[in-house]
Design a protein around this ligand. Structure first.
Ligand code: ADP
Length: 273
């Protein structure tokens, strides 16, 4: 059993070293996106290599943990204390959850990158989508530690877009706001018309984002607190997916934040013609 645990710890150290090495190799630790056809060939190749290295690094730790602890359970099942059996199973469950989220996010990115994936665009009511995301979120919360204030006036909020993907923007931003809440927390969502577009603000009073990290939070795999994000199953891909979905609809997203004083994510989407 101890040999197996040693192997797991060794694999995790190797994975950490791998991540450090990936970081040391280039100036830009985490690539912003998969190669775009507009980039020069060398740059495309470098981005592709970095992306593959990052994905492998992210996969390696949970896979090593699942492998090591399941082997230990199988080999030493009869001699392990009941408490340890449960602890090992919990580790396996947590890390398979991490793998699942990562694979889901990578699939979303692959679909966004694929030119033939095609969005199923139709007229959608942004107000209804935000209300749906908020209702789903509230029913999943189970407790009242977070209050959500919706400020959406009456009116026409029609956009031309892919309903599921648009919904995922607000689900993601709500999820992030709640994850980074500090104790009892408040999230405010507002929607208003601004010329030919709609602006949706998702504001929280959580821990905020340090100024130095602000320009990078929409990059793939960028996390402010890498350890804590991984611990709670974050992939570091959520905001990059949100940005790509928004941009694929002709919109833009930006963030204003101050450490310790909450964050505001502003999503701008063109109104339907
Ligand atoms: P993750 O899977 O780590 O949540 P995201 O791409 O969704 O990845 O977010 C990138 C980073 O931005 C997160 O690691 C987190 O540190 C920071 N972040 C995102 N949303 C918020 C928020 N509402 N409040 C504070 N920090 C946030």
């Amino acid at each position: 059993m101890f040999l197996n645990i040693l192997i797991v710890l060794f694999s995790i150290s190797l994975a950490a070293l791998g991540g450090w090495w990936v970081g040391r190799r280039g100036q830009n630790r985490w690539p912003d996106s998969l190669p775009s056809p507009r980039l020069p060939r060398d740059e495309q190749e470098r981005k592709r290599r970095d992306f593959v290295a990052n994905v492998s690094h992210e996969l390696r730790t949970p896979v090593s943990i699942i492998k090591g602890f399941s082997e230990t359970l199988l080999q030493d099942f009869d001699t392990l204390k009941e408490g340890d059996q449960k602890k090992f199973l919990e580790k396996i469950q947590r890390n398979s959850g991490r793998l699942h989220s990562l694979v889901e996010d990578l699939l979303s990115l692959a679909r966004l990158d694929s030119p033939e994936s095609g969005f199923e665009k139709q007229h959608c009511d942004l107000k209804q989508l935000i209300e749906r995301a908020t209702d789903d979120f509230k029913s999943g919360m189970g407790e009242d530690s977070i209050t959500i204030n919706l400020k959406i006036p009456e009116g026409n909020f029609s956009v031309f877009g892919d309903e599921d993907r648009l919904l995922s923007i607000f689900q993601n931003l709500l999820e992030n706001a709640s994850v980074h809440a500090m104790g009892l927390s408040k999230i405010s969502i507002s929607l208003e018309k601004d010329g030919d577009s709609f602006v949706c603000k998702v504001e929280d009073d959580g821990q905020g984002i340090p100024e130095v990290d602000l320009p990078r939070v929409f990059e793939r795999f960028y996390r402010v607190d890498k350890g804590r994000s991984r611990q709670r199953g974050g992939t570091g891909l959520g905001l990059s997916i949100v940005r790509e979905v928004v941009e694929a609809h002709g919109g833009s997203i930006r963030v204003q934040s101050k450490q310790g004083a909450g964050s505001i994510f502003l999503v701008r989407l063109p109104s339907a013609p």
